[in-house]
Design a protein around this ligand. Structure first.
Ligand code: FES
Length: 106
């Protein structure tokens, strides 16, 4: 089990998920933060369907940056145009969860 926490408007919601058994929700990368959010019913916006073509799934990683997949060039390029981007920003549809993570929806 891995704990994934989403923080929105100051309120944190934590979910214990089994990453090996997570059914793929067909939006974003399999096992991504977006995939986890859709599996647990957390309402994370994803206007482009998880294709790194918008920035509505922008999150700021508060803890567990090392527990996410590396950012690729396409994600970095897309994030450049995101509102409020920080060094801890990721696109939830591209960042694959590998361990405990806390992220905030800006
Ligand atoms: S859902 Fe559009 S970039 Fe992630």
């Amino acid at each position: 089990m891995t704990r994934v926490t989403f923080v929105q408007n100051g309120a944190a919601k934590s979910y214990d998920v089994n990453l090996d058994d997570l059914p793929y929700q067909r939006h974003g990368r399999r096992g991504s933060l977006l995939d986890v959010a859709l599996n647990v019913g957390f309402p994370l916006e994803h206007a482009c369907g998880g294709n790194a073509a918008c920035t509505t799934c922008h999150v700021i990683v508060r803890e567990g940056m090392d527990h996410l997949s590396e950012m690729d060039d396409a994600e970095a390029d897309r994030l450049d145009g995101a509102w409020g981007v920080t060094p801890r920003s990721r696109l939830a549809c591209q960042a694959i969860v590998k361990g405990e993570v806390t992220c905030e929806i800006p």
